[in-house]
Design a protein around this ligand. Structure first.
Ligand SMILES: [Zn+2]
Ligand SMILES: [Zn+2]
Length: 69
């Protein structure tokens, strides 16, 4: 599977490393958005994600849709 965002935005082909849990689009490391499942925290807390209860992977489009309210 290739990154859907790379194809859609720039027409390039990059191998996908993750899949959006919302729309199922393949995502490369540049386009993947990882969210904490429990709380919405701002970025840059310097905290490792290893001890978090869960994570959710979304694409930039789904992330924007969710935070547009
Ligand atoms: Zn990409
Ligand atoms: Zn998506």
């Amino acid at each position: 599977m290739n990154c859907y965002e790379c194809r859609r935005v720039s027409g390039t082909t990059n191998p996908a490393e993750a899949v959006c849990s919302q729309c199922g689009a393949g995502l490369c490391s540049a386009h993947v958005r990882i969210e904490k499942r429990e709380v919405h925290q701002p970025h840059g807390l310097g905290k490792s994600s290893a001890d978090l209860p869960g994570r959710r992977i979304v694409c930039p489009v789904c992330e924007r849709a969710e935070h547009s309210e």
